[in-house]
Design a protein around this ligand. Structure first.
Ligand SMILES: Cc1cc2nc3c(=O)[nH]c(=O)nc-3n(C[C@H](O)[C@H](O)[C@H](O)COP(=O)(O)OP(=O)(O)OC[C@H]3O[C@@H](n4cnc5c(N)ncnc54)[C@H](O)[C@@H]3O)c2cc1C
Length: 320
């Protein structure tokens, strides 16, 4: 496959994120023997990326790369693409990459497909499937430029178990240029729940939970019983039942879990835009005509105030 693949391996506090392993597994599959490398920005080791299929890991370090800045990230990505000679770049559709990749695309004149959920090999190239119009339609995209950029939704592909391989580590000296912005502080969310954008299971509550107390006593326990992350509709966020960081949708986070449980959420197009590509969608709503049932794998018609506690107890017992 051309000059091979470059995977952007994101990390958090010294650990690689699940997306790094998901993308490496897909890159190895599609590369069919062509080189697969990875780039680590703001970190200095290859970790177990070699065991997951990277033969080379490019690292970019220095004060400018400690926190995300668009100028520094684009310079680092450009340097890694040049050094690897990769024809296909795979990166998670994270908030950082949503900012950096359009700039990178313009900088190097490379075609770019965003929010990809499927990738396959075709005609010596890579074909991507991606949702459009808030998930109402899907397009199939093949990029014609010599370098093709793809940002991929987390949980789109399974990671593969590690093998015994190891990677050569190549430190790149990158001039980040003059930073136009500077991060003065950053705050990590409390608790150890998985971020919504990477969560494999999500339980979301809507306006109908009626209060913060309702959210805390119905939605959070159900999420906890499943080892899931709590999410919400905008109506629930606007009413103050939970913080904006938990909002799913067009003006919230785009999620792609294996399981999405929508509790008392009507299914407005702006909410669907954020969760429609979830693999299994379960909806609980007392209105059998609610639009959310139109995108659901399973639907429960009934009162969430009765169903949620029962479901939470059953799950706790079953998963004990
Ligand atoms: C520019 C713009 C951007 C937006 N961005 C977003 C976004 O990012 N995310 C988002 O979610 N929305 C967004 N919205 C808002 C969106 O249009 C809807 O208003 C919102 O999603 C509705 O939230 P909801 O489903 O919780 O509430 P509602 O639409 O009021 O639905 C409540 C549902 O709960 C059901 N229900 C009520 N009581 C019970 C009960 N006891 N048991 C079971 N079911 C019950 C009802 O039947 C109903 O279906 C946006 C809107 C605009 C204009």
């Amino acid at each position: 496959m051309g000059n091979g693949f470059l995977v952007v391996a994101e990390h958090d506090g010294g650990h690689f994120k699940k997306t790094a392993y998901e993308l490496l597994a897909k890159a190895v599959e599609l590369a069919a023997g062509a080189p697969v490398s990875a780039v680590v920005i703001g970190g200095d080791g290859a970790g177990d990326l070699g065991a997951h299929g990277a033969t080379k890991v490019f690292t970019v370090n220095g004060p400018a790369f400690g926190h995300y800045s668009p100028e520094a990230w684009v310079a680092a990505l450009q340097a890694a693409i040049t050094a690897s000679g990769a024809a296909v770049v795979l990166a998670p559709a994270s908030l950082q990459n949503k900012d950096a990749f359009p700039r990178l695309s313009a900088r190097i004149g490379a075609g770019y497909a965003t929010e990809v959920t499927e990738l396959s090999a075709a005609g010596g190239g890579v074909v991507a499937r991606r949702p459009q119009y808030a998930g109402k339609a899907f397009s199939t995209v093949q990029i014609q430029s010599p370098v093709a950029l793809f940002t991929v939704r987390p949980n789109s592909f399974p990671a593969k178990p590690a093998t015994g391989g190891s990677a050569e580590v190549v430190a790149l000296a990158v001039d980040a240029g003059a930073a136009l912005t500077r991060v003065v502080a950053s705050e990590a969310p409390s608790g150890d729940v998985v971020d919504l954008t990477e969560a494999d299971r999500i339980v979301s509550g809507g306006r109908s939970v009626k209060s913060k107390e309702g959210f805390d006593t119905l939605i959070r326990p159900l999420a906890a019983a499943l080892g899931a992350t709590a999410g919400a509709s905008r109506a629930a966020v606007d009413a103050g039942f939970c913080p904006h960081s938990e909002q799913v949708g067009q003006t919230g986070k785009v999620v792609n879990p294996t399981l999405y449980i929508a509790v008392g959420i009507s299914g407005a197009i702006q909410h669907l835009a954020g969760m429609r590509t979830s693999k299994v969608i379960v909806s609980i709503n007392k209105d059998a005509e609610a639009p959310i049932f139109g995108v659901s794998t399973y639907g429960i018609v009934g009162d969430m105030f009765e169903i949620c506690p029962l479901l939470t107890d059953e799950l706790k017992a079953a998963l004990r």
